[in-house]
Design a protein around this ligand. Structure first.
Ligand code: 13P
Length: 251
């Protein structure tokens, strides 16, 4: 059975002190809770090791927001998958639309990143999603399919089974404009079909597909009630422990 997951993506927010404090607050809130989903926080590189020290990863998983597309060496300023894993992190967000848009990430580089993440026992949270124009001109199915095929479909079924997908329509990220639950369900079901065509129904049924884009406590329950929406990747609302827990408790 596929997992239900709520994951926070802190993006480029919080100083180290603020981030450790936020992680402690979420960890504390989960201590005596029995959420109906796995809970993960993905934090800036600088925060990984200190956050790992203050959380119980049996209750709160830790991830990075990116990793390099090379193993190691002369790549000034880059952080490798091995370095991420050495902090205690277990997950890594890859292919976020902000990385594709602002840092020129392509399916080719993402393929390398996915391979390196898996080689270092990190679970990729792989992001896909269309821009507004592609939603409006009706090409969004192809856009999302190509993003999956190009970066992931060279994986064996076993390795594909380790991936968490996050569908994040770019027009809904940070805009307050959430996809409706029906819009999310329609594209999530399509994505599951694409996976089934390649890897078979069992792999498709076991793949967690998260929704991301202006997800908040007030709309999470409706989105998560849809059969093909297995949870959320949360930006802004993950920066406040109470609102993040409000989304976790939407399950
Ligand atoms: P918001 O929840 O702030 O819209 O961000 C979504 C996102 O990009 C998560 O990765």
């Amino acid at each position: 059975m596929r997992k239900k997951i709520v994951a926070g993506n802190w993006k480029m927010n919080t100083t180290l002190g603020e981030g450790v404090g936020l992680a402690k607050d979420v960890n504390e809130a989960l201590k005596n809770a029995t959420p109906k989903c796995d809970v993960i926080i993905c934090v800036p590189f600088t925060h990984l090791a200190p956050v790992n020290d203050v959380i119980d990863q049996n209750k709160l998983g830790l991830g990075a927001e990116n990793c390099a597309d090379h193993v190691k060496g002369a790549y000034t300023g880059e952080i490798s998958a091995e370095m991420v894993a050495s902090t205690g992190a277990k997950y890594v967000i890859l292919g976020h639309s902000e990385r594709r848009q602002y840092y020129g990430e392509t399916s080719e580089t993402l393929k390398e990143k996915v391979n390196l993440a898996l080689a270092n026992n990190l679970t990729p949270i792989f992001c896909i999603g269309e821009v507004l124009e592609e939603r409006e001109n009706g090409t969004y199915h192809d856009v999302v399919k190509n993003q999956i095929v190009e970066a992931l479909f060279d994986l064996s079924a076993e390795d594909f089974g380790k991936i968490i997908l996050a569908y994040e329509p770019v027009w809904a990220i940070g805009t307050g404009k959430t996809a409706t639950d029906d819009q999310a369900e329609e594209i999530h079901a399509y994505i599951r079909g694409v996976i089934a065509d390649k890897y078979g129904k069992e792999v498709a049924d076991n793949t967690s597909i998260l929704y991301g884009g202006s997800c908040k406590p007030s709309n999470a329950a409706q989105l998560f009630a849809k059969p093909n929406v297995d949870g959320g990747l949360i930006g802004g609302a993950a920066l406040d422990a109470q609102s993040f827990m409000g989304i976790v408790n939407a399950f």
